[in-house]
Design a protein around this ligand. Structure first.
Ligand SMILES: Cc1cc2nc3c(=O)[nH]c(=O)nc-3n(C[C@H](O)[C@H](O)[C@H](O)COP(=O)(O)O)c2cc1C
Length: 337
């Protein structure tokens, strides 16, 4: 029996639920082609950062020194920002979208990364014109100001989302931080403000401390498989309870069993970056093939038949997702050790 892996994500028709999430390699056309050939159903381009767009705008106006849009720290990095961490300035980013959408048959999702609302949001329109199928918004913000409340942080996120949603007709997804006190409530609020999908979750890439140099480190770490538990939990809790927003898992997807778990929890799509960076594009083929084999072995003809069957909503004992399970886990550890 051949199983159909066809999936919808953000209203887009995908051939399967595997998406290559944002990574530096996704700025390379040859890599993207190989991802498509390996079975990726969609790709997310690396993020373009608010600071890059603002830095370039300031550069054009010759106002760099007097800039009030850009932090002093960001200004120090100005040359790097205009060329971008992946060698892409805003104009090159649009060019990448055009070249990628021309070269690939699968949907190309652009990624914007910002923390506050400003003129940079107009850039979303240019992304739409360049031909992206959707925009993923990554709002990386660490609220170091102790006087700022959780609701103020959420309001700031909503402000950005609303501004982008109002400026384009493209579907918008939000790559959420897991560090919110009420993820479910915020998810429904985002959906009400026009968001078509949620990516669970963004990784913070916290700095470590280099004791020899007495400096903070900025070396990117690939994820570990243990990181899947948190997005799996929240996918299971949200699945079947959003009105129309799609759910994507991102973080810790290392093999095809992980893909199966995400779908059983209720994900519409499953994203991966670290597995590809670590083991190469061939991992994508293994993820798709492994999912297909698992479905065949269990007689699932379509992904929709398995999606969400292990979700919170469909669990007969909902306590497995909450405190009771937590207490059981702690007791089991004490029993075993
Ligand atoms: C080196 C590296 C670069 C990344 N760049 C971006 C980025 O530009 N934008 C973004 O939203 N996420 C970025 N991510 C996060 C990934 O898209 C992904 O969400 C995260 O790594 C968790 O998924 P994984 O466990 O499959 O790696 C990056 C991750 C890594 C490791």
């Amino acid at each position: 029996m051949t199983a159909s892996l066809a999936t919808k994500y953000l209203g887009l028709d995908l051939k399967n639920p595997l998406v290559a999430s944002a990574s530096p390699l996704n700025a390379n056309l040859d890599h993207l082609r190989r991802l498509e050939d390996a079975g990726a159903a969609a790709v997310v381009l690396p993020s373009l950062f608010q600071e890059q767009i603002e830095a370039e705008a300031d550069h054009h106006q010759g106002l760099m020194a007097a800039s009030c849009n850009i932090s002093a720290e960001a200004a120090d990095y100005f040359p790097a920002l205009v060329s971008g961490p992946y060698g892409l300035g805003p104009d090159h980013y649009l060019d990448l979208i055009r070249r990628t959408t021309d070269a690939l048959t699968i949907p190309v999702i652009a990624s914007l990364n910002g923390a506050s609302r400003a003129d940079w949001i107009d850039y979303a329109k240019l992304i739409e014109t360049a031909g992206a199928s959707a925009i993923e918004l990554n709002m990386y913000h660490i609220p170091t100001d102790l006087s700022v409340s959780g609701s103020a942080v959420e309001a700031q996120y909503l402000d950005i989302v609303g501004a982008v949603a109002n400026s384009v007709g493209l579907p918008i997804s939000v790559k959420l931080t897991p560090y919110l006190s009420a993820i479910g409530h915020f998810a429904t609020t985002l959906e009400a403000s026009g968001v078509s999908g949620l990516v669970l979750f963004n990784r913070l890439m916290e700095p470590d401390i280099d004791l020899r140099r007495m400096k903070l480190t900025d070396t990117p770490e690939l994820s570990t498989q243990a990181e899947l538990r948190l997005p799996l939990l929240w996918t299971a809790i949200l699945a079947g309870r959003m009105r129309r927003a799609s759910l994507a898992v991102s973080s810790g997807v290392a093999n095809s069993d992980d893909v199966v778990k995400c779908l059983l929890a209720g994900a519409d799509v499953v994203m991966t970056t670290s597995a590809i960076l670590h083991s190469g594009v061939g991992e994508m083929t293994k993820l798709v093939g492994g999912l297909m084999s698992w479905m065949r072995a269990r007689d699932f003809a379509e992904v929709s038949q398995m999606r969400g069957i292990m979700s919170w909503e469909r669990a007969s004992d909902k306590s497995v997702y909450t405190r009771a399970n937590y207490i059981r886990i702690l007791y089991n550890y004490a029993d075993v050790h």
